[in-house]
Design a protein around this ligand. Sequence first.
Ligand code: NAD
Length: 456
Amino acid sequence: MSAIPTLIQRQRTFFNTGNTYPVTFRIEQLKHLKQAILKHQHAIAAAAKADLGRPEFEAYFEMGVMAELNLALKRLKKWVKPKRVAPQVEHLPATAWIQPEPLGVILVIAPWNYPFQLMISPLIGTIAAGNCTILKPSELAPKTSQVITTLIKETFDSNYVAVVEGGVKTSQQLLAEKFDHIFFTGGPQVGRIVMAAAAEHLTPITLELGGKSPCIVDVGVRLDYTAKRIAWGKFINAGQTCLAPDYLVVDRRIKSDLIKHLQQAIHAFFGEDPVQSPDFARIVNDRHFFRLQNLLSTETPVIGGQTIPEERYIAPTVIDRVSWDSPIMEDEIFGPILPVLQYDDIDEAISQIKIKPKPLAFYLFSNNPQIQDKVLHSSSSGTICFNDTVLQFGAWNLPFGGVGTSGIGKYHGQASFDTFSNQKSVLKRHIWPDLPMRYPPYRGKLGLLKKFLGMG
Ligand code: NAD
């Protein structure tokens, strides 16, 4: 038997002992995880620097999962409680409730762009819900993969939580096996592969995918703050953020002013020459660098546009006069390039956005409650954030996930607990009294049944 099936079998055996079930055990494990993150924080930050050139400050954003961990520690006793439901009158005397129960052995596959956070955040949920877990970090963030392996090995028995490092082949070997749930974060293309593999075993899945997240800017907002918030959300991690505003759609009357403020914000964040800035990251690998350089080749940037292949550096870049059918409007950009489109009529802008697949995030900068309402109710996206960008990821009380091609299922906080639990329905009847109405022979009973169903 090869290593992966053996590991899964060992975890299944451990799960079946029931040891992961008590809430005290789960809380204990979450506390161990918390201590381990505290212990390894510098190694985590150094790994993010080595893998992605990420500034230390942004590496600590990834450790924002500590807030989710604290929330789970605080609320878990409440989440595990059975939820009473009113029984129907025909079932009386009876009680009914929803009993959350652990699923079993969970596989979590993470991407490279926030390699620590996107591995540990689902792990908090699998532990809280009482499961065993196998983690597959991204091979494209090798240093973080190593740190995660060390941290997990030191903290947990591999029969309970284990890391399997490796690339596509390893991922496919894992996906060939039967799990009780697969949680995947990555691109839609690989998402399809994961879904097809899961279908073989009828394994339930959560897919956290990406897409082109639009950002509308309405008249009347303070453009200096708006530009800062957009530039921050777009250029952290050099635009390699699933929730980054992918493109701007701006009221024609304020477009040139907004671009001026974007220029000022970029200058204030990264200085005259962003290549010198310690606060601006690099593109993860050559494949992504050349993909982005190719996107730039047909455009004329109004800000930035410089590239240095040896460093995989792409300057924070803004492109003006983009049309809805430009090549840059086809796929998720996933890099520091911000196209700007303009509108005269906001309904027309919303209609154009709605032609595209449903995004992970929708951003609107507007002070106008009617416009806010219109966007909220006439668009579809996994999340929506008014007057800021990206922060909704760290709102741990809100379920996080996509819709349509941007994802299936939600997680974070209680939503993670629910995702990694079976919401078992329980109906508890009394053995007596036992009404004869439902039993054959049925002769003479149909009228009563119809009356009961409101059909006669
Ligand atoms: P990816 O889909 O290429 O890879 C993700 C994981 O899948 C990695 O662990 C990788 O080893 C594995 N993998 C890659 N190819 C595979 C294959 N053929 N078969 C099986 N497994 C395979 O994604 P990525 O490039 O690491 O990340 C970027 C994408 O992830 C973007 O589209 C981004 O929007 C999305 N993303 C989404 C979220 C979210 O929360 N929704 C967060 C971050 C990134």
